[in-house]
Design a protein around this ligand. Structure first.
Ligand code: ZN
Length: 233
């Protein structure tokens, strides 16, 4: 991670704040570059910062017993990484892993809590976002249980591109196996199927969505359900 130079703020949660509330935050915000594979938090460890992604994407992962990590959500420009801090909880319950390289606005935990107590607009935006994240995580629990790997992969690729708005974007099979909670051969089969149907191209961990409408049709209903609830929030 390093401090970036003058990248425009694209985070929609920050952008939704009234100017005076945003001005208050500016001195405590710094732009950083988050790199694919970087770990921002580990479970049980104190969170030093919150992050407002611009074009980066971060995935919360749960770790249980000896199982491989499992992706339970995705946070990008629509939200904030470190929601427990908005509830005054300083210890992370999950691993937060950077799934898409890009920039984010970072703030230290203590000034964040101070600003949060003073800004009703920031509280309102974070309440709204916390609700949509709850919806996303709840839906993902159902998704992991009931939907097949190909449909879940399609959903995850759409969610990733919505946030990075990059093409191609990077996602290795190893990474996808963690996000989807299946072994690599299953990821490979699902990706091959999407490729055969000319929905994506996948080469050396770089994914290009070729047919977005087709990929939406191949994705499970969870993609639309979460998007609709986010629009209603
Ligand atoms: Zn699903």
């Amino acid at each position: 991670m390093h401090i970036a130079n003058r990248v425009p703020v694209a985070n929609s949660l920050l952008a939704a704040l009234p100017r005076k509330d945003y001005q208050h935050l500016i001195d405590d915000l710094e732009q950083v570059v988050l790199t694919y594979g970087e770990v921002l938090y580990e479970p049980g460890v104190r969170m030093k910062y919150v992050y407002f992604p611009n074009n980066s994407v971060v995935s919360p992962l749960t770790l249980v017993d000896q199982h491989q990590p499992l992706g339970v959500g995705l946070v990008g420009r629509e939200g904030m990484v470190g929601i427990p801090l908005a509830l005054e909880i300083r210890i992370s319950p999950v691993r937060a892993l950077v799934q898409g390289s890009g920039t984010a606005m970072r703030m230290k935990a203590t000034p964040f809590l101070k600003e949060l107590r003073q800004s009703q607009a920031l509280q309102r935006e974070l309440h709204r976002y916390t609700y949509t994240l709850m919806v996303q995580i709840t839906q993902t629990a159902t998704c992991h249980r009931f939907h097949d790997v190909e449909a879940r992969l399609a959903r995850w690729l759409l969610m990733t591109q919505d946030r990075t708005q990059a093409s191609p974007f990077r996602l290795t099979q190893e990474f996808l196996s963690h996000l989807l909670g299946v072994l690599r051969p299953a990821v490979n089969r699902a990706a091959r199927k999407l490729q055969q149907n000319k929905l994506i191209s996948y080469s050396h961990g770089n994914i290009t969505i070729l047919d977005r409408k087709g990929l939406q049709a191949a994705a499970c209903s969870c993609y639309e359900i979460v998007n609709d609830m986010r629009d209603d929030a």
